[in-house]
Ligand binder design. Structure first.
Ligand SMILES: Nc1ncnc2c1ncn2[C@@H]1O[C@H](COP(=O)(O)OP(=O)(O)OP(=O)(O)O)[C@@H](O)[C@H]1O
Length: 337
């Protein structure tokens, strides 16, 4: 069975902007040493959630525990290890070197500064000569990576990246991904990332959280299906899995071809007799800490999805890792983003 190592625990969180509720999360546990991808359409509350996780803002209502400690009692030196790269980061009107060194200077931690700046530049795929450039002599993708380097040099315990790939090309996005993996590997950094490049985020994160209109679409492992989509003769979108099996989404005529579908695991049924079921193989069965039910993960043509079942039902149906199962997905409950 998998064990989870909770870093954040959000309890009954509500956050308001101008009396409008923009975030409403009953319970959410976020694990340590993971890269958590936060998915959701514009205005769904991703940046708001990040502002709470970085303790830049305080939730209007509710409690956030960090390492089991109520955030209201967190010491400043613990908060200092939580670093955020906001959407549209701001560079100081100084050299690249001074931008990257800024945080360390503030902390009076300037030993081997030059070498540390150069190492960090390398981590984000920029040559050492970049350190002498002015902030104004950078392309969008380079500026984004300099802003990331300015956070990485702090070796944060938690790094929150709000849209780190916005306005960058595929090459820069790849370099950002490599820098993220390095931070996790070298310093055991826990990362939270949002991106509208869903494909990039899907390939970068270990865990997924999805928000829609300020609410969690699912508390736990979220099921996401990404483009490419095909169309059937009625114009509905069809997911064709690598194994050739197909899943038609009714009433998806007007959905865009780069849409993502979020599926609640409660709307996915295993071994239930139905005409449109598809074959899958169970890869793991475990019990999430925050859930009474067991989570059954299974794979269909290379795509991993999950469903939730009571333990007794798993035993009754004799479901085991490696078992083949018939999966029925209630596509009418799909949430499109
Ligand atoms: N300072 C603010 N004042 C008023 N409303 C705000 C403020 N910041 C955010 N909001 C509102 O809160 C909601 C959530 O915004 P948020 O920026 O968290 O969404 P998001 O998912 O990050 O969106 P995007 O993908 O566009 O960045 C939106 O309706 C937004 O208009």
């Amino acid at each position: 069975m998998d064990t989870v190592n909770p870093l954040y625990e959000l309890r009954n969180i509500e956050h308001f902007h101008d009396e409008k509720k923009v975030l409403d999360i009953d319970k959410l546990i976020l694990e340590q040493s993971q890269i958590t991808g936060v998915f959701g359409p514009n205005g769904s509350g991703k940046s708001t959630l990040f502002s709470l996780l970085s303790f830049v803002n305080k939730a209007t209502i509710g409690t956030i525990l960090f390492n089991g400690i109520d955030s209201k009692k967190l010491e400043q030196k613990i908060k200092r290890d939580i670093v955020i790269l906001p959407q549209n980061p701001y560079l100081l009107k100084r050299s690249v070197f001074e931008n990257i060194a800024y945080g360390l200077r503030l902390r009076n931690d300037t030993k081997d500064l030059r070498q540390r700046v150069e190492t960090t530049l390398k981590q984000v795929g920029l040559e050492s000569s970049f350190k002498n450039r002015k902030w104004s002599q950078l392309s969008g993708g380079e500026a984004q990576r300099v802003a990331l380097a300015a956070r990485l040099i702090l070796k944060p315990k938690v790094l929150i990246l709000d849209e780190p790939t916005s306005g960058v090309d595929t090459n820069s996005a790849q370099l950002i991904k490599e820098a993220i993996f390095l931070a996790k590997q070298k310093w055991d950094t826990t990362l939270f990332i949002s991106s509208h490049d869903h494909n990039w985020l899907n390939h970068t994160c270990d865990k997924k959280v999805a928000l829609f209109q300020g609410k969690l679409v699912e508390n736990g492992s979220i099921n996401l299906l990404f483009a490419p989509w095909k169309k059937d003769i009625n114009g509905n979108l069809v997911k064709e899995f690598l194994c050739g099996q197909k899943l038609v989404f009714e009433d998806s005529l007007y959905k865009k071809r780069d849409s993502i579908v979020m599926l609640n695991s409660e709307d996915i049924y295993l071994n239930k007799k139905s005409q449109n079921s598809i074959k899958a193989v169970i890869t793991s069965i475990h019990k999430p800490t925050c859930d009474e039910q067991m989570q059954v993960e299974f794979i269909i043509g290379g795509i991993t999805l999950n469903s939730k079942l009571p333990k007794e039902e798993i035993e009754k149906k004799n479901l085991l890792p490696g078992s083949e199962v018939d999966v029925t997905i209630d596509t009418s409950k799909a949430c499109w983003i």
